[in-house]
Write a protein that binds this ligand. Structure first.
Ligand SMILES: *[C@@H]1O[C@H](CO)[C@@H](O)[C@H](O)[C@H]1NC(C)=O
Ligand SMILES: *[C@@H]1O[C@H](CO)[C@@H](O)[C@H](O)[C@H]1NC(C)=O
Ligand SMILES: *[C@@H]1O[C@H](CO)[C@@H](O)[C@H](O)[C@H]1NC(C)=O
Ligand SMILES: *[C@@H]1O[C@H](CO)[C@@H](O)[C@H](O)[C@H]1NC(C)=O
Length: 320
């Protein structure tokens, strides 16, 4: 599905810190507590550059990736909806036998209806040197046929705690409509796992891969500015609550080629849902922010579950 070896270059800013231990047992059992910035002894921000190769082995006796849902994997087709779980070695050189520095553990989904593009959600788990035991979390859009792809680091642990950076130079407001269409010939989303989708229950366990058009107006034929590629899972047992994991991949104007990564909780029956922006690429490098989603049309008169959702995006970022 992907070329066996990918060169990964990571540039991140991180804060080194010491967490002052100030909790006594009563405070430990308190749900919430205000800390002073002094309690987190933040040191100067650092920029780290890592360089390694990512070995995605689909075939042979020792594959590092296994498909868990969607249509059958083929090496030369788009496979919209295919979902795979991976535990890929990270090595210092392109050869699989070269020194291993960690592994990439996570999930990817084929999220484009028209080309080979993946939504990647994974952790780099490092096992060497001072990074041993530390992790970096990545969530982004990977158009694998492009020579270079940029994906956001959205967090980390160990020495990479607070990995993300603090750049807050610009705020941009975006406004568009998100079309999630299950029915008809031109469907934009496909259920890949879970119980059958119906509109009257929480559908707990349903997993849907999306390549949803983003348009300037609410109509289906309105000008498209990008697409929402990723997946959502029905993760509420008593009410409809979706875990949303997707990238907005913009294709127009100055944001053409830039992406935003969104990871959040979407209680779709609420009037307004807020979800965090956890990263971005291109002009949205180091992005932070949130989106507000409001249902514009949700056709409950059919079992199609087609929806049009209005999005307002507020994002701090570095470029553009
Ligand atoms: C990494 O850390 C683990 C657990 O602390 C330890 O067992 C292992 O030997 C370490 N590996 C290296 C290469 O330092
Ligand atoms: C589906 O897309 C095709 C090509 O864009 C268009 O001609 C057709 O009208 C669309 N059909 C529906 C039902 O929207
Ligand atoms: C967006 O960028 C792509 C790749 O650089 C280019 O092929 C395409 O024409 C651009 N689209 C617009 C509307 O500028
Ligand atoms: C809902 O679907 C029905 C049947 O396809 C259609 O007649 C109706 O116009 C749709 N309602 C909206 C608001 O799109």
């Amino acid at each position: 599905m992907t070329s066996p070896t990918l060169l990964i270059t990571i540039i991140i800013t991180i804060c080194s810190f010491n967490l002052a231990s100030t909790t006594n047992s009563d405070e430990y059992h308190t749900f919430s507590k205000t800390l002073s910035p002094k309690d987190l002894v933040l040191k100067q921000e650092k920029l780290t550059h890592l360089h390694f190769y990512f070995q995605d082995v689909v075939s042979g006796k020792n594959p590092t990736v296994v498909q868990i849902a969607g249509p059958k994997l083929k090496s030369n087709s788009i496979n919209f909806g295919a979902v795979a779980v991976l535990d890929d070695p990270l090595t210092v050189a392109p050869e699989l036998t070269s020194k291993r520095v960690g592994s990439a553990q996570g999930i990817y989904a084929a999220t484009s209806q028209s080309s080979m593009e993946l939504m990647l959600a994974l952790n780099f788990v490092f096992t060497e040197g001072k990074y041993n035991g530390s992790t970096l979390s990545l969530l982004g859009h990977n158009p694998i046929l492009k020579k270079e792809r940029e994906m956001p680091i959205v967090g980390g642990s160990g020495v990479f705690k607070f990995a993300r950076g603090h750049t807050r130079e610009k705020i941009t407001h975006l406004h568009f409509y998100f079309h999630d269409i299950f029915s008809g010939k031109n469907r934009t989303s496909v259920q890949v796992a879970g119980p059958p989708l119906v509109n009257s229950s929480p559908n707990f366990g349903a997993v849907v891969v999306i390549d949803d058009p983003l348009t300037v107006g609410p109509g289906r034929t309105s000008k498209q500015v990008g697409s929402a590629q990723g997946f959502y899972a029905a993760a509420g047992q008593s009410e409809i609550g979706l875990l949303m994991v997707f990238s907005c991949v913009f294709t127009q104007g100055k944001f053409n080629g830039s992406t935003l990564s969104i990871l959040g909780h979407n209680a779709i029956l609420s009037a307004v849902r807020e979800m965090p922006i956890v990263g971005g690429s291109g002009l949205f490098r180091f992005a932070k922010g949130y989106v507000e989603a409001r249902t514009y049309v949700f056709n409950t008169s059919t079992t199609s579950l087609d929806a049009v959702v209005e999005y307002n995006v507020y994002v701090f970022h570095n470029g553009g």
